[in-house]
Unconditional design. Sequence first.
Length: 115
Amino acid sequence: MGDVIFVARRLASLRSRHPAVDPGVVLTPEGVKNLKPEPGEPAFMPDTQSRGCRVRRDIEETHALISNLPGLYGNGSILYLEANQIASVMGAVQALIPTAISTASVARLKLRPGS
């Protein structure tokens, strides 16, 4: 099998069946949980949305989880893009698509010999 990309809401159950998964970060219905936080890292990043306010109901903060795992049987890789909200899934996709801005930013981050 070659490379595979899964893009959808709540793929955690599918990702958990991957034989190489030792989840350090998981998506829950409430947000993203860091099971093994390093010093200074949050243990939980909640998804929030305004409720009951007509004027500001479109304000929300949601998170996406991007997992890049080795492919089954040692071939290729499997990329999972998952979130609780479709907007977050789309944000994850956009974060991975090279743009003129991201390409220029990465070019500035490279060291002199191109490494």
